[in-house]
Design a protein. Structure first.
Length: 577
């Protein structure tokens, strides 16, 4: 940004800094130690999800200081603010998980309200844990300001008996402990060493998946998501992100110039080839919705289906985010996708350069261990498959990364549970049979409310050695750490009158990830008869407060479980007011 007085006639901050009528506003700014020069420069919101809830967020306030240095270097005035997060690892397996997906909307809403209320001209958003990444990106696209996203970085792996361990191992150890295959002392040792630092979960779970997305979609600087959270070297990306946003203001490059249909397709590619979290099937449509782009769960799944899976990351594979970083990170993965003609190279990025121009500057190559060459992938199709059929007219999603072809077909009788707690208790007590399809319903966005993740139940099944001997379907979600044949996002959900709400014990269910089928052996007439006698959605205890509001507003999973009309319904753009 050039020196001297800036023309703010088109920037939102003019409403609080320019002209005699804004003298009262300026007096507040002088109260905080700002001088005349700082007041009349462009204002940049530096938004973080810092809190003391979890290691994913604990380093964000330190990293924000580096961002502010970069903004100042670019002759901008940074103003730091924070928003909430709900950390899934801590919310997992109890009522707290109902707050998780709703927190994504709250993050987007609170960042929007802060930006609007204070008339900031641009945003650098830092996020560490699952929902905070898409929530922050949704706010950027909704406001359509010049925007740069930066991930807080992943946790370092723990070490136990010469092997890397992650929090996923601890969840699965609970199942082993319940089955009598692990002692109290062994569990206590594991829980003490599994998470040795600041940072988000190290496998290719939701946080790292969406961090990879932030680079592929163009909102983050190349390779900025790779370095683990404790590395002080992350600060150079903070400074660079602060400088980058000033460049975007100067060139008037906004979030929707970056987030396009093509860049969303690039983002879906990175999820597929890394065996990423199924939650991306929820978050990419939600980001698209903020830009007014039609890009739903089935569009995401179409890309998953024809993208090779060639990055060997947990939970389906062997390695963690630190290993990917040391192998060259997301840029190396995108170079492999480019070789196969699977990247749109003309998409704009936060650097002001196109994806193609960025990749031209990357010298490294696939190491053949963490990142396989695209010509010799782990499997020829992506790690996630979309399903449809009379049980899921609006679709469903299943993660098949690491599964053999034979394991991708399953037919069995339904064992129906009305909520996750009932299913978890039954699994703990082994009140299910090999070959059954466990059905967990009333856990969708509206019905839960909050579309909880089912990691406790699936981890318990894995710990009992039954992960491959039963299947599981739900209108809720799965953690990125889920393994086994688990189908989520079944739509319409039970609370919206979907067929999953009409199932009875013993109904024969077919899941076929190879043909994309999710069906129940009932005629249309049988299903309609059951719907006609349906008593309506299950009553929940959430009759007031934030979750009540969320349940009233939230739409189906196929479109991203969104709560407002999006860009198609807007009558103004914040930046142009």
């Amino acid at each position: 940004m050039s020196q001297g007085k800036v023309d703010k006639s088109r920037l939102p901050s003019r409403h609080v800094t320019e002209g005699p009528a804004r003298a009262p506003h300026r007096s507040y700014f002088y109260a905080m130690g700002l001088d005349e020069k700082a007041i009349h420069q462009p204002w940049v919101g530096v938004a973080t999800c810092w809190n003391e809830a979890a290691p994913c967020n604990i380093s964000l306030n330190r990293q924000a200081q580096a961002v502010k240095l970069g903004v100042k270097k670019g002759n901008g005035t940074p103003r730091e603010f924070t928003t909430i997060t709900v950390t899934d690892g801590i919310a997992m397996g109890h009522e707290g998980m109902r707050s998780s997906l709703a927190s994504r909307e709250a993050i987007a809403d609170t960042v929007e309200l802060t930006m609007r209320g204070h008339c900031y001209d641009a945003i650098v958003g830092l996020a560490g844990c699952d929902k905070s990444l898409p929530g922050m990106m949704m706010a950027m696209v909704r406001l359509n300001t010049p925007s740069v996203f930066i991930y807080g970085g992943s946790i370092l792996p723990g070490r136990l008996q010469g092997k890397d361990v992650t929090v996923q191992d601890v969840f699965e150890a609970v199942g082993k402990h319940q089955a009598g295959n692990m002692s109290d002392a062994e569990l206590e040792v594991l829980e003490r060493v599994a998470c040795p630092s600041a940072g988000a979960c190290g496998g290719q779970f939701t946080a790292n998946t969406m961090a990879c997305v932030s680079e592929a979609i163009g909102l983050a600087l190349m390779n900025s998501s790779g370095a683990p959270a404790p590395y002080e070297s992350r600060d150079q990306y903070g400074v660079a992100s602060g400088e980058a946003v000033m460049n975007l203001i100067e060139k008037n490059i906004r979030a929707r110039d970056i987030v396009t249909r093509k860049s969303l397709e690039n983002a879906a590619r990175i999820v597929a080839c890394t065996g990423g979290s199924t939650n991306a099937g929820l978050h990419l449509p939600a980001i698209a919705h903020e830009a007014g782009i039609d890009f739903d769960l089935m569009d995401v799944c179409d890309i998953f289906r024809d993208t090779p899976y060639f990055v060997d990351l947990k939970p389906g594979g062997q390695y963690v985010a630190k290993d990917l970083y040391e192998a060259g990170g997301v840029p190396i993965v995108m170079k492999e996708l480019r070789k196969a003609g699977l990247i749109h190279e003309d998409c704009m990025t936060a650097s002001g350069r196109s994806i193609g121009e960025e990749l031209d500057m990357i010298r490294g190559e696939a190491d053949g261990k963490v990142v396989y060459p695209v010509e010799t992938p782990i499997t020829p199709t992506g790690g996630v498959v979309g399903l449809k059929g009379n049980l899921a007219p609006e679709g469903a999603i299943v993660k098949v990364a690491g599964m053999s072809a034979e394991e991708q077909e399953f037919t069995g009788p339904a064992r129906v549970f009305e909520c996750e707690e009932d299913a978890f208790e039954a699994v703990k007590a082994r009140q299910y049979e090999e070959g059954e399809v466990i059905v967990i319903r009333n856990e969708g966005p509206a019905g839960g409310p909050g579309m909880r993740e089912m990691l406790a139940t699936t981890a318990a099944l894995s710990g009992q050695g039954m992960g491959k001997k039963v299947a599981l379907i739900t209108d809720g979600r799965f953690s990125g750490a889920t393994r086994g044949f688990c189908v989520g996002h079944v739509g319409p959900e039970a609370a919206h009158g979907g067929p999953i709400g009409m199932l009875q014990n013993g109904d024969m269910i077919t899941i076929n990830a190879k043909t994309g089928e999710l069906s129940v052996d009932l005629s249309d007439e049988d299903l309609q008869a059951r719907k006609d006698s349906w008593k309506g959605p299950r009553k929940t205890i959430y009759a007031s407060g934030a979750l009540y509001k969320y349940a009233q507003l939230v739409g189906g999973a196929r479109l991203g479980a969104v709560t407002h009309p999006g860009a198609k319904g807007e009558e103004h753009i914040y930046m142009d007011l």
